[in-house]
Ligand binder design. Sequence first.
Ligand SMILES: O=P(O)(O)OC[C@H]1O[C@H](OP(=O)(O)OP(=O)(O)O)[C@H](O)[C@@H]1O
Ligand SMILES: O=c1cc[nH]c(=O)[nH]1
Ligand SMILES: [Mg+2]
Length: 206
Amino acid sequence: MVNHPLAATRLTAMREKNTEPGSFRAALHELTTMLVYEAARAFPVERYPIDTPVAPTEGIRLANPPLLVPVLRAGLGMADSALALLPESSMGFVGLARDEETFQPRAYLESLPADLSGIPVLVLDPMLATGGSLEHCCRLLAERGCTDITVICVLAAPEGIARLERSGLPLRLVTASIDDQLNDKMYIVPGLGDAGDRQFGGMPRF
Ligand SMILES: O=P(O)(O)OC[C@H]1O[C@H](OP(=O)(O)OP(=O)(O)O)[C@H](O)[C@@H]1O
Ligand SMILES: O=c1cc[nH]c(=O)[nH]1
Ligand SMILES: [Mg+2]
């Protein structure tokens, strides 16, 4: 979990119900930078020779830049800042919408490389609630041979964390908060509401 005063202030702006969509998107953008920065501590690097204007020395580059996979819609608001920190990365896309009666994810977009063996993947979705959506996304990646998945989210519910743990998928989770629980509509409590609607508009359902 990323526990930092600057992350906490962005998270507070996102939780506050009167935060306008523009400020919500700005806070998500900045918080994503911090979450990706922390997640990237674990990335392997390689050394290679470079020249400064003064002398030869050794440079560092990522040994294996990850594929970035935002989960539409809400993960779209994390895509730009992740790509800014990882300009060497490519991006795939998964589109999922949770059915608000059954709470099952409905897939409407799958734009991923066919073979992900040997390629680490950073999945971007601000919300881990029941875990159905992120489990579905990570299964798509594992079916393509991915064995190294990092899920980056803003808020995680204990129920969703337990589900990902039970899934046996090869993943680790980086989050800014583990909240208390889910309500009867499967929204995270205290949470921040619907992360897609808060960025892009829509009807409150919680
Ligand atoms: O853990 P779960 O119970 O599956 O819920 C989490 C999912 O819900 C949200 O997306 P949503 O389905 O609302 O789509 P949206 O991004 O288009 O709003 C969120 O971005 C996750 O993908
Ligand atoms: O609290 C929640 C749960 C699912 N999806 C959201 O956007 N928010
Ligand atoms: Mg939504």
